[in-house]
Design a protein around this ligand. Structure first.
Ligand code: AGP
Length: 614
């Protein structure tokens, strides 16, 4: 996620803004920039790379003194991480600057209209479109607040916009829809930030904005309105956190914060995926529809959690497209001399985009002339750069070594790929695809429902703090969830944990079951041919041998209750999408158990966030 800072007050804005951006570096970014209002003109600089690059540039080319300024650290979504795409973005007159966090879904159509009217866009970003729209309004005589209200009424998507007009230097105006923004209220100065870390060293008095609100800050006042101009309030509060807690949004671990960010991460990964006609569009897919129509086999390669995402993808892609899918560990792929042709699509799933096993595997696939598509969370990383196309997830930086929001957004990207292939190959009607997309659009709310019950999962974890081993059982798309739940426990609780396909129990693993052994059972939705009944019999088998059955089942599934020592309800969703909700209790359980054991949840022993060696 991008970092945003705004300032109006009595201090030199450059120092306040740069220091604020430094406090937001933990959010992860690939470029940084600043804009100041000075003498009727915007003075700005922006550079790819770390903040130090920008600071060096500002030593070489100092900016003028100013007491009004905005700044930005960019986590690239639309457009590569370079100087041109870095924020702030200016209009064409040089009087207005804007920075942005989020995704403006309808930016392409707005951009076309602007270019048809003679506006020249310098970058690939959706943000620059907002800069030109705002500039048109202020040049027509509107003040910046009115201009922001007007422009926001035309935008679709999730966004935080912060702008300054150098011809009105005493104010900064911002707007938010489904994206973070908070106001810092000082004495003779006021601040804006993506979170309180941006200004907590100056003030602990904050104002939280509501949805679809515009806020105007001057040195002495803060005013709030709706996009329609009606006056608003926001919610005033005092910040008790220290800086370290502020970076984690008040959570003890980045992992816990990232688990709770999943509704927004999933929602943002779904933004802009349907065009005005309702057809799926995948913005960075550099493979043509004809290329995709040629595909007769798909091999998914990945490591760890990303491999489990690929296993879920297999069920979805084969069901919706009838294309044969293999899922292969990246570290095994090239050593098995895989059968690859030009009609094979190799899909590389990687949160970091730098995993050496996966990178070497796609290099092997390309030598064999197969097409390679990356699913990745890190714009501009090596794996997407060396692929023929990429679907970016928009989870924002994932700091915790144990992947959580990275996994859920990979699932979303896999579903989107499957549906796009079905659209291109005609294996699903448009209304069927639309129905699944509508179901996906409801998933952030379903995930939030699970998160709202987090305390019950934490209590369950504390009950099992002395467990020596935990098993996980699943069927169909629940089998990869069982594997992922086990991996989470291994990674951060350092506990022996193993996931199984429930149907495999009788072929050996059931010998592991002994009285008191905790066994998580991921129960498929009811009414799905025999899947549910088969899972129930598996639960009965382990319970008959004394296991403590911790069942994750859809809300209202009373058929499980007689066999469940603990029943964790999740919203009823289609079987292929159930991993999006059934994995969340397992993430919460592992995070809390590791915390109880006193482990470093974010930086577990022996592990790295990105494994860049084979
Ligand atoms: C997941 O919690 C682990 N951190 C690890 O298994 C990870 O998924 C694996 O190393 C792959 O990383 P990537 O997605 O960045 O390629």
């Amino acid at each position: 996620m991008c970092g945003i800072v705004g300032y109006v007050g009595h201090r030199q804005a450059e120092g306040v803004v740069i220091e604020g951006l430094r406090r937001l570096e933990y959010r992860g970014y690939d470029s940084a920039g600043i804009a100041l209002a000075h003498d009727g003109r915007v003075a700005s600089d922006k550079r790819a790379g770390k903040l130090a690059n920008l600071e060096k540039a500002m030593i070489d080319h100092p900016l003028p003194q100013a007491t009004t300024g905005i700044g930005h650290t960019r986590w690239a979504t639309h457009g590569a991480p370079n100087d041109v795409n870095a924020h702030p973005h200016l209009g064409s007159t040089g009087r207005l600057a804007v920075v942005h966090n989020g995704i403006i879904e309808n930016f392409a159509a707005l951009r076309d209209d602007l270019e048809d009217a003679g506006h020249e866009m310098l970058s690939e970003t959706d943000t620059e479109v907002a800069a030109h729209l705002l500039e048109l309004e202020v040049c027509a005589g509107a003040d910046l607040t009115t201009a922001m209200q007007s422009v926001c009424r035309r935008l679709r998507g999730a966004f935080t916009l912060v702008a300054l007009d150098a011809e009105d230097p005493g104010r900064v105006v911002a707007a938010r829809r489904s994206s973070p923004l908070v106001v810092g209220i000082g004495e003779g100065e006021n601040f804006l930030g993506s979170d309180v870390a941006a200004f907590i060293e100056h003030t602990r008095e904050a104002l939280e904005l509501e949805q679809d609100q515009v806020v105007t800050i001057t040195a002495d006042a803060v005013s709030v309105s709706g996009f329609d101009g009606t006056p608003g309030e926001g919610r005033r509060y005092h910040v008790d956190w220290d800086l370290a807690a502020a970076e984690k949004d008040g959570h003890d671990w980045f992992m816990r914060k990232e688990i709770h960010e999943q509704p927004r991460a999933v929602a943002e990964s779904l933004l802009g995926r349907r065009n005005a006609e309702g057809l799926l569009q995948l913005d960075e897919m550099r493979l043509s529809d004809d290329d995709l129509r040629d595909i007769d086999k798909i091999i998914i390669i990945a490591a760890g959690t990303s491999f489990y995402a690929g296993m879920v993808a297999k069920y979805a892609i084969e069901h919706w497209t009838r294309i044969s899918v293999e899922v292969e560990l990246a570290s095994e792929f090239r050593y098995r001399d895989p059968i690859l042709t030009h009609s094979t699509l190799v899909v590389a799933i990687s949160q970091s985009g730098e995993t050496a096993d996966t990178l070497q595997a796609i290099r092997h696939a390309r030598v064999q002339r197969s097409r390679v598509l990356a699913i990745c969370n890190t714009n501009g990383s090596t794996i997407p750069r060396e692929s023929d196309g990429v679907i970016y997830t928009h989870a924002g930086p994932e700091i915790g070594v144990a992947s959580t929001k990275g996994f859920l957004t990979q699932l979303v990207a896999c579903y989107l790929l499957a549906l796009y292939l079905a659209q291109v190959k005609g294996t699903r009607y448009g209304d069927e695809i639309a129905q699944v997309m509508d179901q996906l659009d409801r998933m952030p709310a379903h995930i939030q429902t699970v998160l709202d019950a987090d305390e019950s999962i934490y209590a369950l974890a504390r009950e099992h703090a002395d467990a020596r081993s935990v098993l996980f059982l699943g069927r169909h798309a629940g089998y990869p969830v069982a594997l992922e739940g086990a991996l989470k426990l291994k990674e951060i609780a350092y506990l022996h944990a193993e996931g199984f396909a429930a149907g495999e129990l009788k072929h050996g693993p059931i010998a592991l079951v002994e009285p008191g052994l905790p066994v998580f059972c991921i129960v498929p939705p009811r009414g799905r041919d025999q899947l549910h009944e088969k899972m129930v019999s598996g639960i009965q088998e382990v319970r008959a041998r004394g296991a403590r059955t911790l069942c994750i089942a859809e809300e209202g599934d009373e058929s499980i209750r007689p066999y469940a020592d603990v029943l964790v309800p999740v919203p009823a969703v289609p079987v292929l999408l159930q991993p999006l909700v059934s994995v969340v209790p397992l993430q919460l359980f592992a995070c809390e158990l590791a915390t109880q054991l006193g482990h470093d949840v974010d930086q577990p022993r022996n592990l790295a966030k990105s494994v860049t060696v084979e």
